[in-house]
Design a binder for this molecule. Structure first.
Ligand code: PMP
Length: 313
């Protein structure tokens, strides 16, 4: 579920220039990148913390917040790393089933809160179902639980592909709630998974906590240069995102067409760069797509609740 196309050609020149500086440590304030990102995301630089990939940021955050026996609530099925990160921190993962449309069930999440709950993870759009919670619905949820002292992490790895509301809309939540953390990555829409770059948008307290545990020279000079250039050239990415969103809708319609013809295919609408499809013999279908058509899809058949499901990027 990365981007199939490489990054913009313009980045090559930027990397060649940055190559001349790799004998020096990177800017540990990441000033240029922070300013560029703040502008891109509609946030203030002091609300942004940048590190090597959003997976690293999430793992650090869980370690910062979760002690032995603390509970972390998240949806199921959702991103597999949540359960692992919580377990490694000594915490207890509390899984709340998605609702009947395979969307995060916010009421169910609220009901799962106990005295031990320290963190809630909302994957939005959800991986692997592609379903999406609007910013107003997350705002309402945050208001309801505001006095409980629980950190709410919204993992927005696929946010750039959401066409239902403007990209920067959710950034406003950080100004309204000091317990919300937005988690973002350059691995998907920016086509830069290999450079390892992620960032959070959160209240200054949370940013300070990250600052206290961080590696001073995280995010190498090449990645900082490439990412700074990428956010500056963001207009070049809009057509890429639009193309993926259009392709997603086309494939959805085609698969629904097959279902309408009576074939046993189930597919869910998605706001991300992938679709989840349920069909008989999924594992065999995956193998044949790979071997006969050179198309690689992800087999989720083994995952709880996802029997017969393939995720198609
Ligand atoms: N969150 C979600 C929901 C993901 O799917 C992924 C990547 N598969 C990540 C976070 C981690 O992304 P990265 O570490 O590349 O920033």
């Amino acid at each position: 579920n990365e981007l199939p196309w490489g990054p913009s050609e313009k980045l090559k020149g930027v990397l060649v220039d940055a190559f001349g500086t790799i004998n020096r440590y990177p800017d540990f304030y990441k000033q240029e990148l922070s300013t560029g990102l703040a502008d891109y995301a509609g946030a203030k630089p002091e609300n942004i913390f940048i590190d090597d990939g959003s997976g690293t940021l999430l793992q650090d955050l869980v370690r910062l917040v979760v002690d032995d026996g603390d509970e972390v609530v998240f949806g199921s099925p959702s991103f597999a790393a949540y359960a692992i990160d919580v377990m490694l921190a000594g915490g207890v993962g509390v899984k709340v089933p998605l609702d009947e449309s395979w969307t995060y069930d916010l009421e169910g999440v609220e009901n799962a809160i106990t005295d031990k709950t320290r963190m809630i993870l909302l994957c939005n759009p959800n991986n692997p179902t592609g379903t999406f919670l609007t910013t107003p619905s997350i705002r309402e949820f945050l208001s309801k639980i505001a006095d409980k002292g629980i950190l709410v992490v919204v993992d927005e790895a696929y946010r750039d592909f959401v066409t239902a509301e403007p990209f920067y809309e959710s950034s406003k939540l950080v100004e309204e709630f000091d317990n919300v953390v937005l988690l973002r990555t350059f691995s998907k829409a920016f086509g830069m998974a290999g450079t390892r770059l992620g960032y959070v948008i959160a209240a200054p307290d949370v940013i300070d906590a990250f600052g206290a545990i961080r590696q001073i020279y995280s995010v190498n000079v090449l990645t900082q240069a490439a990412a700074t250039a990428a956010v500056r050239a963001r207009d070049a990415y809009a057509p890429v995102v639009a193309k993926i969103a259009a392709e997603r809708e086309r494939v959805l319609a085609e698969l629904r067409g097959l279902a309408a013809e009576g074939l046993p295919v189930e597919v869910w609408p998605s706001t991300a760069n992938f679709l989840l499809v349920r069909l008989p013999g999924a594992t065999r279908v995956r193998e044949r797509m790979r071997d006969e058509y050179s198309i690689l899809v992800r087999d989720f058949s083994y995952a709880p609740g996802l029997a017969g499901c393939l995720r198609v990027t």
